[in-house]
Design a protein around this ligand. Structure first.
Ligand code: SF4
Length: 334
């Protein structure tokens, strides 16, 4: 681990000021960052501890709910506003990590989680464009069972752009289906980013996970007025029943009128560099009866264009089956 300074701040203003230092990173729960520092994947020269700046409340607004960036995952999952109006988010949060980690991890930190690609997390492997830009990608010809089937950059092992990593969060898959917004503040002021645009695909810069600029701090996540309260489901397919990342996950919300779907929010996790949302799949559901046949059509659209590797071809069929099952559960839930 490299030497670093530690600065505990007590206001957003102080955090922003300290966060502009070269090599600085914000420290929330630290459940991912500290692990990566121990293995030398992350090497900040300054840690700005933001755990004492507030931003830890969940409040109802005129347009939905505002969740402070420092709200812990456990607190959010069990908050009365979330369990009553956004059970999809609660369900996804409780599918993630372990109780101990959820007690510590924050909403903002969950958005910033880095991939669990084995080759990214282990500096013994020299080739990883995300960790060491320009070094190539060890995963594409390596063990790639957990890797992406959609949206990846695949220009070969030695290309400086190749990355087939997946995004690890459960919470974010639900936020995509719910149409959340991310509030940030930074040296250039405040801005609001639709969560669909917050995370990046690897493109030609796999090292960059999000669109956050230098020194920008996530302050809150907002959810629009709830419309999927009665009909939603989160399904996570994984190797163990707890404390395991998704091979495939699905967040689904349905706005129903009798057996007719008025609108849908649908997102896949574990298949791409960011949660995967396909507007055409949601559109095909709108105005249709809630049947297995129509859900299967949406499932086909969700994986359209998939490309697989030596060990992850199973994900295509798994994703389709999971989408159908999740939509069936959402339609039946109350
Ligand atoms: Fe690195 Fe991405 Fe390749 Fe994994 S998939 S080794 S994170 S470049």
């Amino acid at each position: 681990m490299n030497p670093f300074s530690y600065n505990r701040v007590t206001s957003s203003e102080a955090a922003l000021h300290a966060g502009t230092a070269q090599g600085a990173k914000f420290l929330g729960g630290g459940t991912n960052l500290i692990d990566l520092m121990k293995s030398d994947v992350e090497q900040p020269t300054a840690l700005v501890d933001i755990n004492h700046i507030g931003l830890d409340t969940v409040v109802m607004t005129a347009n939905g709910v505002r969740i402070g960036a420092l709200v812990r995952n456990s607190d959010l999952a069990n908050h009365p506003l979330i369990t009553a109006h956004y059970p999809l988010l609660s369900h996804a949060l409780l599918a993630g990590a372990s109780p101990q980690l959820r007690n510590r991890a924050t909403t903002g930190g969950n958005l910033m989680q880095r991939t669990r690609c084995y080759y990214f997390a282990d500096t013994a492997f020299p080739a990883c464009n995300k960790r060491a830009p320009g070094s190539g990608c060890a995963a594409i010809n390596g063990f790639n069972r957990i890797h992406a089937i959609l949206g990846q950059t695949d220009e070969g092992v030695t290309s400086a752009h190749t990355c087939i990593a997946t995004h690890p969060s459960d919470m974010c898959v639900a936020l995509y289906a719910l149409g959340a917004m991310v509030e940030v503040t930074g040296p250039k002021g405040k801005r609001v980013i639709p969560v669909l645009e917050f995370h990046r695909l690897p493109g030609d810069d796999p090292a960059k996970d999000t669109v956050l600029g230098e020194g920008e701090l996530i302050t809150a996540v907002t959810l629009p007025t709830a419309k999927f309260t009665k009909h939603s489901w989160y399904l996570k397919a994984r190797d163990r029943q707890s404390y395991a990342f998704a091979l495939v996950s699905v967040a689904a919300g349905l706005e129903m009128d009798g057996n007719t779907i008025k609108s849908a929010g649908l997102a896949l996790g574990g298949v791409a560099h960011k949660p995967w949302r396909v507007p055409e799949a949601e559109a095909v559901l709108a105005g249709k009866p809630a049947t297995r046949e129509i859900f299967a059509q949406a499932a086909e659209l969700m994986v359209k264009g998939a490309k697989t590797y030596d060990h992850n071809a199973f994900k295509v069929e798994l994703a389709k089956q999971c989408v159908v099952k999740t939509l069936m559960q959402a339609a039946q839930s109350t």
